[in-house]
Design a protein around this ligand. Structure first.
Ligand code: HEM
Length: 282
């Protein structure tokens, strides 16, 4: 069990402690201790500004680095997401041990055209849903994320058209995509912080691991053809940076509890996307 003494002072009194999503899930389950958080501009002890509940079993790993805090909330979301990767997916930052086949390196997958088409169709349903929600903006700040240049729905429509021209039949969306799309619809109305977590993970995962997957699958079954799904109009790193800034701006208005709730949703996002990824080789 971690003790307060084992935590470097810089982390212990970080202005913005977070937990990874596993630890966050245990927030409600594990008896917790209270950690006094100080504002760096005040002397500790002279002004106590906040109290953060940290489960005592996971205290050390639960606290973020000050570098992540300085970079803004996206860095916190990224940190939680990277820890949920397996070593095979992201060797530098992944921490999980691969269990399901979709958690192994895409280099080891045996994709089929049929499976890949199911993946593309279900992915399209998820992007259609996400992009419609952002357009309708049931929560006003979703409108910040209209026309970011990261949208994938039309690109996927072109790819499916290409497969059709090649003589393949396009399947109907299957359970993983339909379930995820319905879940997003529901969250968008009821739980904006959780919805934003999915928004971040869906678009940023695709720009990172998603592209790696696209390359591997194309090498194995598409004669290296690069699909539109993996192309962006404009400079991708600039588009991503613009969205990071908007996400940081939106999250500035959230309480620490709302931020933690958003981070806590990351695990669900991996679960939903993992089920869709699995279609590639089933
Ligand atoms: C086989 C599956 C996957 C592979 C191979 C993979 C691999 C990677 C790699 C190599 C990175 C880049 C790390 C770096 O910056 O150096 C990354 C980033 C990331 N991945 Fe994954 N990933 C996979 C699945 C997922 C899933 C299911 C999600 C969540 C739904 C996800 C979310 C993210 C996020 C949010 C980032 C950070 C992107 C950024 O900082 O711009 N990944 N992934």
């Amino acid at each position: 069990m971690a003790s307060l003494a084992s935590i470097p002072q810089t982390q212990l009194f970080s202005n913005n402690p977070i937990t990874n999503s596993k630890q966050l899930s245990s927030f409600r389950k594990i008896s917790s201790i209270s950690l006094i958080r100080r504002n760096p501009s005040n002397n500790f002890g002279s002004m106590v500004l906040d109290k953060v509940e940290i489960p005592n079993m996971t205290l050390k790993a639960a606290v973020t680095t000050s570098a992540e805090v300085k970079k803004g909330f996206v860095e916190e979301m990224r940190s939680v997401a990277m820890k949920l990767h397996t070593k095979e997916q992201a060797p530098r930052e992944g921490e999980k041990v691969a269990k399901g086949p979709e958690e192994k390196s895409p280099a080891k997958w045996d994709p089929t055209i049929e499976g890949y088409l199911k993946f593309l169709v279900d992915s399209k349903l998820v992007y259609d849903t996400m992009e419609r929600i952002v357009q309708e903006a049931p929560v006003p700040y979703y409108a910040e994320f209209k026309n970011t240049g990261l949208e994938r729905s039309q690109k996927l429509a072109k790819d499916l058209e290409w497969f059709k021209e090649q003589g393949h039949s396009i399947p109907e969306p299957s359970d993983p995509g339909v379930t995820y799309a319905n879940y997003l619809e529901d969250l968008a109305q009821k739980d904006p912080q959780a919805f934003i977590c999915h928004f971040y993970n869906v678009y940023f995962a695709h720009s990172a691991g998603g592209r790696m997957i696209g390359r591997k699958v194309a090498e194995k079954i598409l004669n290296k053809k690069e699909l539109e799904f993996y192309k962006w109009d404009g400079d991708l790193s600039q588009l991503l940076q613009n969205v990071r800034e908007k996400l940081n701006k939106v999250a500035e208005n959230w309480t620490r509890e709302e931020k933690n709730h958003c981070l806590e949703e990351t695990e669900k996002s991996f679960e939903c996307s993992g089920k869709i990824l699995r279609l590639i080789f089933t």
